[in-house]
Write a protein that binds this ligand. Sequence first.
Ligand SMILES: [Zn+2]
Length: 263
Amino acid sequence: MGRKKNKQNQQDTPKCIFCGKTSLTKEHVWSDWIKNVIPRDDSKRHEHILMRQDGFEHRRPTGHVGSKTLKIVCSDCNNGWMSKIESDAKPILTDLMLEKAIIMDRDQQLLVAKWAFLKTIIAEYLDITWQAINSSERKYFYEKKLLPENIGIWIVKNETDKWRYRHLHTGGKVHYSSLPNRCNTQSTIFVIGGLIIYIYKRHDSSFTYPFLGEWGRSLTLIYPHEHKAIRWASVPSMNGDETELLRLNLERVLSLLSLPHGI
Ligand SMILES: [Zn+2]
């Protein structure tokens, strides 16, 4: 009986989402250093929306989206390779958030893309009901420190002061997946200061970005690489309404491709 209980306890012990170790530490969903670059002004609006195609349920947690923490990664991962991705990307992210007139080469685009994908993985644990990035994609990223081929990441400038911190997540299930009834497609939008990052996961690699719509023309692809260099001052901008329409466009596409809930 005692042995059975111990086994049960072992199974229940939370494990690192990347390496499986059990010595978990808190990780900020959004890196804590960001508050020193873009102050968290509570008089401004902050929003965090999680959505699922079947039901369109909205959740807007209280508190500042920038201060959320989760205990899902171990200290070795957090202080090792994750910390390196953070420190590598921080200088370029800082310049993007502050709208400095920089030029990003391909290496810098990749640093930002890796950081954005890592944060997307972490942020999906705010509510795993809508989690679309699966364990094999996490494993691929952890082992190779590369992004899976079904990930696309874009940047665009944020032109509104109304939203300086924003996190929009949409998860849905595209019908011709063999997976059980769980999300396999997602979009995440991070708005931090002057920077908007759009992270999209396709259910597979068989179609190319039908979701972007008219708002997609403003987006600049940073992964997979399309541009040798990106002049940040020349990148288009979006206001809050356009950002919302970009998110809604994925919902529209998902509604055409998804099965009703329960099938
Ligand atoms: Zn770990």
